[in-house]
Design a protein around this ligand. Sequence first.
Ligand code: ZN
Length: 346
Amino acid sequence: MHNETKFDEARFVRQMRYHQLGASGQLKLSQAHAAIVGCGALGSATALSLTRAGIGRLTIIDRDVPEWSNLPRQFLFSEKDVRDGLPKAIIAERRLKEIDSNVQVIPHVTHLSTHNISDLLSSVDVIVDGTDNFETRFLLNDFSCRENIPWIYGGVIGAEGRVMTVVPGTTACLRCLISEPPAPGSLPTCDTAGVLGAAVMVVGGVQTAEAIKLVVNPLQQALSRLLVFDLWDFTWKTIDLSSLSETGCLSCRDKDYQWLNTSDYQTTILCGQDAVQLYPKQGTLNLHNIAKQLGCFGNVKENRWLVRTEVEPGIVVSVFADGRLIVTGTRDPSRARSIVSKTIGM
Ligand SMILES: [Zn+2]
């Protein structure tokens, strides 16, 4: 049982006047604990709007620091934050407390993995996806199914956005929709195809509304639907997934939590070098697709054994046919993972 939490009624008067929320909904929000996994573009948008809506507690997980190229769409961060170089999760805590001093923020500067997911997320009421890769989303999906905690998938590429709410046992889950993470290099990423901040605001707004609805009235929120829109074409559609939810999948029906049971990337700092080696879960890689993806960042050296590109000054990504990756120019495993995730989407 939650303790009776007090909230400032004058502050939330307009929100409570909305009949679907009311004072009882606002009270539930003030007692709720949401987690935001990945505090970049979508994470910024949802952290800001959930805080302004009066959420009681926010766990924020992010492994990065802000960069100049983040500023057009990562609404929490400023030029000063880029210069200061503090982690995004720490900046988020400070900024959100400035907006509402009552919000409790629990920042974690880490990479979410099979090893820490139970510690970080077991006690939350709802999980909001702010990640940039499908490996982490499949991990979240398995965790959500196992622990019976709803999560809200969100994605943005270019001007296109997608949102799907997963309520285990009721709606379709991510694995019902796609059976496994797309092969590395097969999908565009924000770094290869670009992204519009406006599309981020829309997806973040929809994710926030979904989170609020799940907190205020969880039983009403059982719609198996995927929202897909494109702001440039002005197309909006919701795809009915109820036939998928009736069948279910290995994760949500059969309790086969493949992504919780396999370990994450293994990383090794290469001895005597300024480099990190990563072994992803997926063994075989299509080097040609990866070369195309890396071509957005610089000249690609490609042969039958490997592809290699300097993706930013001083940082070289090499991908080998046997599935290994080496990121040269850093000795920080989480930075190496982050670079791999941004450049080739894995
Ligand atoms: Zn499923």
